[in-house]
Ligand binder design. Structure first.
Ligand code: FEO
Length: 400
């Protein structure tokens, strides 16, 4: 535990060994933390808990700071298990203590734990008086679940934002200004790309709504990763950028390959792009050998996505099918795409990928390119020319 402001404590858990989150859906190369906070005033409030496996350790540590019976209020900003799991062990000790959460939070907590705890549903603008300080609740539906909310602590000017503005980063340094900035922002953009992209419209609206409250913000305390104390609004600015159909001057080529034919096409297309445009970053990923969340982060940064697969069984390779399903759910906007691939007999892959990309919200640049068998010199030259055309059609402009 650490005191982060007078009588406000971080009481969470740093999970250094976590490598997969949400089952196997999200890679956490740098671990994570489950941040919980304790606010002492005339009354004492606990904001969020930790993931279930750490529940016993969590209340043991908490009990060293304050007798559990002295916790007057529990705030559940979000019901997902990584923040609510510790409630089970906690509420065994303080079964009558009220839990403040949104109406959806109550539904979700009941659904997870099947307990009839003393729920106190709140709406935006509701306040909880702690003595000198107050907690003000702000509903934040779909950032990133329907139950999510923020809590703002007056006097100390702290926004407890739960998942928003967080990142999966294990650190003992706790604050944004103390950690490696490249690692920090890599984890922030990966988190946004993989978790928040579908809700970008709501991100922008919620930030504008919060800004219109005109309250000072000295700290943003998310539920994963570092506390933003140095220029805390910098991460809010990043979220605003990322929420507006974000793209950099980058083209990403994602493929899978059986006997290197589609890989050779990918490399020839990349060479074509580079030959007419040496400013645009071109990145290639064999999806079967890459971390899918890292690839999604690269797609998020891209203006154009090329996807390639050979034809197999009148379809596409399963890793590419999974990748297309993953990006469909993320609802990217303002990005262009094109398909490519080799074939031996029937050759459906390029059309199938194209349809999948369109269905995922990408604007197709054209019908794509296919090569029969192992691409020969002539076919590879066509791929180079194809890359040149892509580069010319999508040359970066800020006003594009
Ligand atoms: Fe960190 Fe949506 O839980």
């Amino acid at each position: 535990m650490k005191e982060i402001k007078k009588n406000v404590y971080w009481v969470g858990k740093v999970d250094w060994q976590l490598r997969k989150f949400h089952g196997d859906e999200y890679s956490t190369h740098r671990g994570t933390s489950y941040n919980s906070y304790l606010v002492k005033d005339k009354k004492t409030a606990l904001i969020d808990t930790v993931w279930s496996p750490f529940g016993a350790e969590f209340i043991e540590n908490l009990d060293k700071l304050i007798s559990l019976k002295k916790i007057d209020y529990v705030i559940a900003n979000h019901a997902e298990i990584d923040h609510s799991g510790g409630l089970v062990a906690l509420m065994e000790n303080i079964p009558d203590t009220p839990i403040y959460c949104t109406n959806n939070g109550m539904k979700s907590l009941k659904g997870h734990f099947h307990k009839d705890w003393n729920f106190m549903p709140v709406r935006t603008g509701d306040k909880l008086n702690l003595g000198k300080k107050e907690l003000v609740f702000i509903e934040a539906p779909m950032l990133h679940w329907p139950d999510s909310m923020f809590s703002y602590l007056t006097e100390e000017n702290i926004l407890f934002s739960n998942d928003a503005f967080g990142q999966h980063l294990a650190t003992e340094l706790l604050y944004n200004d103390l950690v490696d900035q490249a690692e920090l922002f890599q984890e922030c953009i990966k988190y946004y790309a993989n978790i928040l992209t579908p809700f970008s419209g709501l991100v922008e609206k919620k930030i504008e709504e919060f800004k219109s409250l005109n309250v000072p913000v000295d700290m943003i305390c998310p539920s994963h990763g570092v506390i933003w104390r140095d220029n805390p609004l910098q991460i809010v600015g990043k979220y605003l950028d990322w929420s507006k159909n974000y793209r950099e001057d980058q083209i990403t080529i994602v493929y899978d390959t059986m006997w290197d034919g589609t890989k050779n096409m990918a490399e020839a297309i990349a060479n074509g792009i580079k030959s007419v445009d040496d400013k645009t970053a071109v990145k290639l990923f064999n999806i079967s050998r890459s971390d899918k969340n890292d690839v999604v982060t690269e797609v998020f940064k891209s203006k154009v996505l090329l996807v390639g697969s050979p034809t197999i069984n009148r379809g596409i390779l399963s890793a590419i099918a999974g990748f297309i399903e993953q990006i469909r759910g993320l609802k990217f906007k303002g990005k262009k795409a094109v398909a490519f691939g080799t074939y031996g007999w029937s050759g459906e892959s390029v059309e199938m990928i194209g349809k999948g990309l369109e269905n995922a919200g990408f604007e197709l640049l054209d019908n794509g390119i296919k090569s029969a068998w192992n691409p020969d010199e002539k076919s590879l030259k066509e791929c180079v020319d194809f890359g040149k055309e892509i580069a010319k059609k999508t040359k970066y402009s800020k006003h594009e």
